[in-house]
Design a protein around this ligand. Structure first.
Ligand code: COA
Length: 254
């Protein structure tokens, strides 16, 4: 158990808090491991009726830890991120999230697997995979165009354009926007309401609404492309540029 994920269970609600605010809750392999363990465990834990994911500090999460990306070795895939994204695709326990500030990369793509999403007024969703010379993950190449249409999805996935809270609501990426100070009580109230619903019927409904097998298959295809891109000179340039706090120069590559 890492202190970078706070886990609490009470009244049927499993709360998972990304707690690495000094690094903007960037997700390390160890953090994915705890999230995956908890979400997998919740599936068979009859005491868990709903799951809440949120982040400590001024943003939800800056996405995958870029130092981990930069250190990735050819042919060696990180252990836990795959487990985490498969867990959120496959869980039939209701999944909810509360987002303040930025949700970058997997911070946004995990929302596509949630059943209820609240945003604070300052929320900003970005999926800058191509900006990092990578490709979309977590089945977002399937889910995002299906949810918001190809053109909007292309602007997010291929151009890294940010979506502000109000626009996210219009596009169907979240349920509601609340003032920042009300975000945590509001998600707790929503989770408590979900927890009072009949769980068997909720889980059956989720199974009817989502094709977990198709999502998992898309993740596998994306994962192969992602792993190849991680080793590309373009991606190395992107990670080095981030570490050196400069803009990447992709024009040197054909
Ligand atoms: N991986 C690793 N470290 C990260 C990180 C990430 N994804 N995002 C932020 N950090 C670290 C920064 O390196 C910095 O560390 P330092 O204080 O030791 O230098 C610290 O978190 C604070 O980040 P900073 O960039 O100073 O905060 P900011 O508020 O100016 O900007 C972001 C926040 C999220 C806009 C910016 O950090 C960013 O673009 N991060 C990368 C996001 C990304 O591309 N994620 C992967 C998506 S697939």
């Amino acid at each position: 158990m890492t202190a970078h994920i706070k886990v609490t269970k009470a009244d049927g609600i499993l709360t998972l808090v990304m707690n690495r605010p000094e690094k903007k809750n960037a997700l390390t392999d160890a953090m994915y491991g705890v999230l995956a363990d908890e979400i997998e465990g919740a599936q068979t834990d009859s005491a868990t009726r709903v799951i809440v994911i949120r982040g400590e500090g001024d943003m939800f999460t800056a996405g995958n830890d870029l130092a981990d990306f930069a250190a990735a070795k050819p042919g060696e895939s990180p252990r836990n991120v795959g487990r985490f994204i498969r867990a959120i695709a496959q869980t039939t326990k209701p999944l909810t999230a509360a987002v303040q500030g930025r949700a970058v990369g997997v911070g946004t793509t995990m929302l596509l697997h949630c059943d209820y999403v609240l945003l604070a007024e300052d929320a900003k969703l970005t999926t800058p995979f191509v900006n990092l010379a990578l490709v979309p993950e977590a089945a977002s190449s399937l889910l995002l165009p299906a949810r918001i249409g190809h053109l909007r999805a292309f602007s997010m996935l291929a151009l890294g354009e940010a979506v502000e809270a109000r626009q996210a609501i219009e596009w169907g990426l979240a349920n509601a926007v609340v003032p920042l100070g009300e975000l945590v009580p509001a998600i707790e109230a929503a989770a408590a309401r979900i927890a009072r619903q009949p769980l068997g019927a909720i889980q059956a409904t989720k199974r009817l609404m989502r094709d977990a097998e198709q999502l998992t298959a898309q993740m596998a295809v994306e994962g192969e492309e992602f792993a190849a891109r991680l080793q590309s000179p373009e991606a190395k340039e992107a990670f080095m540029a981030f570490a050196q706090r400069r803009e990447p120069d992709f024009t040197q590559f054909n």
